[in-house]
Design a binder for this molecule. Sequence first.
Ligand code: SF4
Length: 496
Amino acid sequence: MLRIFNDELMNPNNFVVTIELVPGRESFGRSTDTLVGIAKDAFADGRVSAVSITDNPGGNPSLSPDVLGYEIFRHGLDVIVHFTCRDTNRVGMESRALQLARMGMKNILCLTGDYSGKGFGGRGTPVFDLDSVLLTRMMQGLSERLIASGDPEPFFTGCGVSPFKSLRSECMAQYKKLDRKIEEGAAFVITQLGYDINKFNELIRHHNEKNSHVPVMGSVYLLSPRAARAMNRGRVPGAYVSDPLYEKVVEEWHTPREGLQAAIERAARLGVVLKGFGYRGIHIGGVHKSFRTIARILDRMEEIEDDWPQYMTEFAAKEKQVYYCYDRVTSDEDNPGRKPGIKEQVLEHWPYVMLRSAHNLFFDKENALAPFHRKFARFLDTHDKTWILKRCMEDPMKGALLSCQSCGDCGIQHAAFLCPESQCPKHTRNGPCGGSRDGSCEVYPEKDCIWIRAFRRLEHAGRLDHFLEDKVPPRNWELNQTSSWINFHLDRDHQK
Ligand code: SF4
């Protein structure tokens, strides 16, 4: 009998188990057969509610989750399809969503996605036309359309979150973005992978204060030395394995049999602790060969379930340089009361003050000068002279200050006067992706994430309550290469 993931997760008496499958680059062959075999065995075992299938993980091409998912779905196991924003624009995404609805696969995990990897002829174009917040909003709108057209079942849309962040600014940004995704319609949450129990505790406490009606599933990963190394070195965006844990895993796997046994035990212990914390399920990853390993984790969880508090200490060492919202350990580097240095003043504070003052003067429709600006914009527009303003003032000024790409639908005011188009490689308009590490950008680690910079700018200006406060729509591509100043005053951009 098909177990319905949606029904099982929304029943508060259930503790739900899902497993993550990672397709390879082949459409046929042993690796694909193995994944289908794992799914079939999971169905026969009866303890797994659904399998989730990744969408070109690491940005590299792999068998589509839609195709593999459908094959598994037809064998009788419910499927969660990972849906990222990296490879297609909003038109392609909407079309894909309709296709999934037609196929009956309505459990969608909305993710911004890892940055583009390598495909035919080199690195692929990073599209990121929408971010995960906007994708969630799009799915919500599509659900309404499905219902209106007579489909009884809307999409069951979930989102990801990474609590494994070291800076206060990163933690706050992640949680604020999570709240936003839930406002936009995310009905379940799956965490990123990581072995820091205080961060799992932090997330569930934060979440229960605001959104306890939305179930959260914690990721439990079977740690091999290879996976532990990748997570420890930051090669899996948003994931976390500490140095001591990585060293321990390497030692355990000197004898592979013992290594596997230790990994199963660790996964089971983390699983029962998450259940004890009030997570509504676990999402098991890192098992690529056989369902037997997953069955062993679940068997062991059943054996040790009642003893969960004793396992908390195993994953509870707090990292010195990491910020924890509860029972915190704060590094000086991210101390809320700290004064910014000269470099930060020059790069962050003063540009913010200057751009905000200019914005208030020229781009506030309540301002006394606004009617004049509007008239001037209309005059230039009707006489086909907007290029004068754009080329002589807007492009040089915004180019120098913001590396402006002339998108024509300016969103800097939502990001503390930083540009989401030119300064964020994923063009996120509604907060950071999950990939930042110690405040650095996932794609360009030598740079700070713009949302962490925005947080600092607003905090220093005493305006932190404005951080991620706006629901920013997607960029309007019709306005590309036009004057965003004119578009604002003539109500053509998203601020109309
Ligand atoms: S959001 Fe668009 S118009 Fe504004 S600075 Fe960035 S590229 Fe230029």
